[in-house]
Design a protein around this ligand. Structure first.
Ligand SMILES: O=C(CO)[C@@H](O)[C@H](O)COP(=O)(O)O
Ligand SMILES: [Co+2]
Length: 216
């Protein structure tokens, strides 16, 4: 069964607790938490203090998507604030040594680890890390904003990641993020995705449960 991870970026920040309860009651599997620093991406969202408060009002698995430069500098704060999964961008890393150190650091803290790739980054850029990852996050929009249109290039990457996983007996989940609705969600499902992130499709609706169900 596919997992659905509503992105809190499209929630009403003045009533976060209510919106979180609604998606939890609506059978969301994960809560996707988008962190933006105004440097790696041209937008600013929320950081670890809000994550800490969020973690106190939900039992949902907290999927933290770090769209920040130098993720190694801040990762401990997100670990302390209740992240269950930390996903960082390969484009934010300077070299292989730092990338491996960050992966191992997150794992040693008993938090799951993922790497994300932007639409123009090939799967080959993360080939060396695939066996170490719990999640690969394929961006189907340029990171930075909710409400954009799905880029089809993500479908080939999902298929490619599913093939590589089979060939190499690795275990990562394939997650897709950006422009997901019932139609694009189905395309991703057919390509072999495991986790659908959906922001505006879920939260710009009067019935979150119906939207989550339609993705499953
Ligand atoms: O990481 C991001 C955007 O950078 C996402 O998680 C968005 O928040 C998804 O929003 P929709 O495209 O589903 O509206
Ligand atoms: Co995201």
């Amino acid at each position: 069964m596919i997992k659905v991870a509503p992105s809190l970026l499209s929630a009403n920040f003045a009533c976060l607790k209510d919106d979180i309860e609604k998606i939890e009651n609506g059978k969301a599997d994960w809560l996707h938490y988008d962190v933006m620093d105004g440097h790696f991406v041209p937008n600013i969202s929320f950081g670890y203090s809000i994550l800490k408060d969020v973690s106190k009002v939900t039992n949902l698995f907290l999927d933290v998507h770090l769209m920040i430069s130098e993720p190694q500098k801040y990762v401990d704060e997100f670990i302390k604030s209740g992240a269950n999964l930390i996903v960082f961008h390969i484009e934010a890393m300077e070299n292989k040594e730092d990338t491996l150190a960050l992966i191992h650091h997150i794992k040693e803290n008993n938090v799951q680890v993922g790497i994300s790739i932007k639409p123009n980054t090939p799967v080959d850029a993360i080939q060396d890390y695939l066996s170490l990852l719990d999640v690969v996050l394929v961006m189907s929009v340029e990171p930075g904003f909710g409400g954009q249109s799905f880029k089809e290039i993500a479908l080939d990457k999902i298929k490619d990641l599913a093939t590589r996983r089979k060939e190499n007996s690795t275990h990562y989940l394939i997650e897709v993020d950006g422009g997901i609705n019932a139609t694009t969600g189905k395309q991703c499902k057919n390509a072999g995705v495991d986790v659908l992130v959906a922001g505006s499709y879920v939260f710009n609706s009067d019935d979150y449960t119906q939207r989550i169900t339609s993705l499953k």
